[in-house]
Unconditional design. Structure first.
Length: 233
C-alpha cells in the first residue's frame, strides 16, 4: 500500500504524521482490518526518523485507531475504536478537571430520557426479559446497597444499548462510571431513595414493555430529576 505522506521533517512531525494517518482512517481510505505499510516504508515516505514514526503510531494506538501486532505477521492494523475508549477518556477528563456532580447529572438527564424513548421503540424481547430479570434483582437488593447500586448500573446500561443509538449509548457509558462513583454518597442511597427508585424503574419498565415512547421518556426524566432536584443551590 502506497501512502502519500511526503516529508514531514518538522518539530511536531510525530503529531502531524498521526494527524494525517488519523484522517485517512476516519475518511475510510484505510479501512478497519487493513495493515499499514511497514515502519521502514513509512520512514522512507515521510522522511521522519524511526523514533518519530513509532511515536506517531503510538498516538494512534492510544486513540484506539490501530493495534500493534508483534511477530512475523505483525504490524499496525487499523481498528475501529470501541466505546470503552470514550468512557476512559471522559473519566480522566471528569477527574482531572474536577467536574461538578451537578454537571454530570444534568448530562445524564439530557441523555437518558431519549435513550428510554428509543429503547421503547427498538428493544427486543430478549432485552425486555433482561430488564425484567434485573428489575427483580433490583427490588430484592433494596436493603443491600452495593448490590443495589451494581444492578441499577447494569439496568440503565441495558436500556441504553436497547436504544440502538451508538452515539448516545457511548455518551451514557462514558458518564456512567463517574456518575456511579459520585452518587455513592449516603444522601443518594437512603432507604427512602432506594424504594422510590424501585417504583420509578417499574414505571420505566412498564412503558418500555408496551412500547410507549412518551411514557418511557417521561418516566426516566422524572426518575432522574429526583437526584438533580436534591442538589444544593
Amino acid at each position: 500500500m502506497d501512502l502519500d505522506l511526503r516529508p514531514l521533517a518538522l518539530p511536531k512531525a510525530p503529531g502531524l504524521l498521526a494527524d494525517k494517518l488519523r484522517e485517512m482512517i476516519l475518511r475510510g481510505e484505510l479501512a478497519a482490518g487493513s495493515i499499514l505499510p511497514a515502519e521502514r516504508e513509512i520512514v522512507g515516505s515521510s522522511g521522519l526518523s524511526r523514533g518519530s514514526v513509532r511515536e506517531a503510531l503510538k498516538i494512534l494506538e492510544t486513540e484506539g485507531l490501530i493495534r500493534i501486532k508483534t511477530g512475523r505477521t505483525g504490524g499496525a492494523v487499523v481498528s475501529a475504536p470501541q466505546r470503552d475508549l470514550l468512557a476512559r477518556s471522559v473519566e480522566v477528563f471528569v477527574r482531572a478537571n474536577a467536574i461538578k456532580l451537578e454537571a454530570l447529572l444534568d448530562c445524564r438527564l439530557a441523555v437518558e430520557p431519549m435513550l428510554a424513548r428509543l429503547a421503547a421503540r427498538y428493544r427486543t424481547e430478549e432485552e425486555l426479559a433482561k430488564l425484567v430479570r434485573l428489575h427483580a434483582e433490583f427490588t430484592t437488593s433494596v436493603d443491600h446497597v452495593e448490590q443495589y447500586r451494581s444492578v441499577n448500573f447494569e439496568w440503565h446500561l441495558v436500556i441504553a444499548r436497547a436504544s440502538r443509538n451508538e452515539p448516545l449509548t457511548a455518551v451514557m457509558e462514558a458518564i456512567s462510571t463517574p456518575v456511579r462513583e459520585a452518587t455513592g454518597f449516603e444522601r443518594f442511597t437512603t432507604p427512602a431513595t432506594r424504594r422510590e427508585a424501585v417504583r420509578a424503574h417499574e414505571a420505566i419498565l412498564a412503558a418500555i414493555a408496551c412500547r410507549d415512547q412518551d411514557a418511557a421518556a417521561g418516566a426516566m426524566h422524572d426518575h432522574l430529576s429526583v437526584y438533580t432536584s436534591g442538589l444544593p443551590g
